[in-house]
Design a protein around this ligand. Structure first.
Ligand code: AMP
Length: 585
């Protein structure tokens, strides 16, 4: 595999990449960069966001830029303001050490005067949305007559958003001999027709749609009746205390409503949709990137501009109509080699849509139980304990108050203190879930998941869980590779911290137990037993002992939410609800 240094990029760029810690080129970069450095030709790159496509065209673009010349040599067109800003920021980093390089970004939604100033300051590279660029061309603020390279980034999205005429107009006003590099997630007819009209003799480069076949994504679905959809979302959020996620809704109205409801309940979320003005949207993005928000509630179009690498969860509040859109959504997580979870809340009728998406994604989705109250409390307890374990109090603080603290608790037993602390932290959760209902749509159990006696399925317990690096996908793989059981015989996988559960046909249960028991998963010897049937659906699984909770470090203070009417919960992280609400448009 090539390293960046094997490409004949200019020294300043290679140095910047080293400084950025880029070591190995991504697949699209491997294919495209050497070609664009040597061949003065048009190309089409089929690659989605997250594949490293910006650097794939950005590095050769900068390489070919003559910084001693003060004319616009490169133009990157992109569909949204957010993407423009990201591209500019990325390219600025790559060209950090190129003396005299200027990159201007122009996009709608902000006053044009500042941008006129920017483009008159002789940038060599302009990153633009089509509409604003035309505005600037009409005002004669920009000249494209010396242009050598045009990049159409997310061309399919620009066409979907109705920019066809604008793109055509812009391309008609560029020199005939320039190169055109088109990047698109899909090769739609519209994309092909733009290419045929405006490009010559192009070479195509495709990378396996990274987000479609991303094996680091655990696809889960939860079956709830429609009237329980919102409650299910809450339950999933509560069950993922370290979540840093995106919740997708189908409509702007849902987006607004769902986020308002969540905000009122004390969740640190904010909506992101097309009816919000640009200023508001960037403010939301800033807060999300700085992790003041645990999740964004977004529509598909608004989410296009989100460029964040460490999203832990994508939640589909509703499945999209188009299965392709599912892959765009799920691809927001598990980026840059990380793993992630994509959860979909579906009604019983929508299970067929899941099957359709499974075929497209070529991965099995895991039907997962909506956790019950006890599981939520347990999860948050372990999360909180881990936060305490990981906390590193500042030295000065400890010195300053240690005597007072010591005095106050001198006569309190350690166990009592722990109980008090944990109770304070979790009491809202415990109250809220003291009598919580089962949100799993009832139909499944009737039709045969592990029930009480005489059911067709048996639920098995296995002594490995998240702590062993397991997720549902990996457990399924372990089971099928260690026995000759077909994947479709294993159902309702629930991975807990230390252990997991799954259903198998009763007649196969003994066989599976026998063949898996005493096998090793990583270093742990595996043990299986029949799960107790505490209620239909099987044993929900206990955390036996302690484990590191999912999500890692303390992102959002403590268990600092209040639940519905029981407001007044303290905000350990010091980030109040009011600030979240302030962003509502
Ligand atoms: P993109 O697909 O262009 O939106 O890039 C996704 C993210 O991956 C960006 O944050 C880039 O900075 C980062 N990235 C791109 N190429 C590499 C690479 N070769 N190594 C590490 N990170 C990269």
């Amino acid at each position: 595999m090539n390293s960046f240094s094997s490409f004949s990029l200019r020294e300043e760029i290679l140095q910047a990449l080293t400084d950025l810690g880029f070591e190995t080129p991504t697949p699209i970069q491997q294919k495209v960069i050497p070609y664009l450095l040597s061949e003065p030709k048009d190309i089409i790159g089929l690659a989605q966001t997250g594949t490293g496509k910006t650097a794939a065209y950005g590095l050769p673009l900068l390489h070919h830029t003559d910084t001693s010349v003060k004319t616009v040599q490169c133009l990157v067109l992109s569909p949204t303001r957010e993407l423009c800003m990201q591209i500019q920021t990325e390219m600025q980093k790559y060209g950090d050490q190129m003396r005299g390089l200027r990159i201007a970004a122009v996009y709608g939604g902000v006053p044009i005067t500042g941008q006129i100033r920017d483009v008159r300051a002789n940038p060599q590279v302009i990153v633009a949305t089509p509409g604003r660029l035309i505005d600037l061309l009409e005002r004669k603020a920009i000249s494209l007559e010396n242009l050598q390279y045009v990049v159409l980034d997310e061309a399919d999205e620009m066409l979907n958003m109705g920019f066809r005429e604008d793109i055509e107009l812009i391309l008609k006003n560029t020199p005939a001999e320039k190169r055109t590099w088109l990047f698109s997630a899909t090769m739609s007819n519209d994309v092909r027709s733009i290419a045929k009209r405006f490009m010559k003799d192009w070479q195509e480069f495709a990378v396996a749609a990274a987000n479609v076949t991303n094996e680091n994504i655990d696809h889960q679905y939860f079956v709830a009746n429609h009237h329980n959809r919102f409650e299910t979302l809450r339950r999933l959020l509560d069950f993922a205390p370290g979540i840093y996620g995106i919740i997708f809704t189908r409509t702007k109205q849902d987006c607004q409503e769902v986020s308002e409801k969540l905000m009122k309940m004390g969740y640190h979320v904010s909506p992101l949709h097309g009816d919000m003005d640009q200023k508001m949207r960037s403010k939301v993005m800033e807060r999300f990137k700085s992790k003041q928000l645990q999740a964004i509630v977004a529509t598909d179009v608004a989410a296009r501009g989100i460029d964040v690498n460490d999203i832990t969860h994508v939640i589909n509040y509703e499945l999209p109509d188009d299965p392709e859109v599912y892959t765009h959504r799920s691809g927001r997580t598990a980026r840059a080699g990380k793993s992630g979870i994509c959860m979909s809340i579906v009604s019983p009728k929508q299970i067929s849509n899941i099957r359709q998406i499974e075929r497209l994604v070529k991965q099995k989705f895991h039907k997962t139980d909506i956790p019950d109250g006890a599981e939520v409390v347990r999860k948050r307890l372990f999360f909180y304990m881990q936060q305490i374990a990981d906390a590193e109090p500042k030295d000065e603080f400890a010195k300053l108050y240690f005597d007072s603290m010591h005095e106050q608790f001198a006569n309190v037993d350690k166990d009592e203190l722990i109980r008090k602390l944990i109770w304070l932290q979790l009491k809202d959760t415990i109250d809220a879930y003291s009598d919580s209902e089962d949100l799993n749509a009832g139909f499944e159990r009737k039709s045969g998941a592990a029930g009480a006696s005489g059911s067709r399925y048996t639920r098995l317990f296995i002594n490995i869980g998240e702590k062993d690096g397991l997720n549902a996908q990996r457990l399924l793989q372990f089971i099928t590779e260690s026995t000759d059981v077909e994947p479709n015989m294993v159902d309702r996988i629930t991975v807990r911290d230390l252990s997991s559960f799954f259903n198998v046909p009763t007649e196969a249960a003994e066989y599976i137990k026998e063949h898996l028991s005493n096998k090793k998963y990583k270093t742990r010897k595996v043990r299986l037993e029949e799960a107790e049937q505490s209620r239909p659906g099987g044993d929900r699984g206990g955390d036996r002992g302690y484990s590191k909770p999912q999500g890692g470090g303390a992102r959002f203070g403590g268990d600092n939410r209040s639940f519905g009417k029981k407001s007044g919960g303290s905000y350990g992280g010091g980030r109040g609800r009011d600030r979240d609400r302030g962003d509502r448009s």
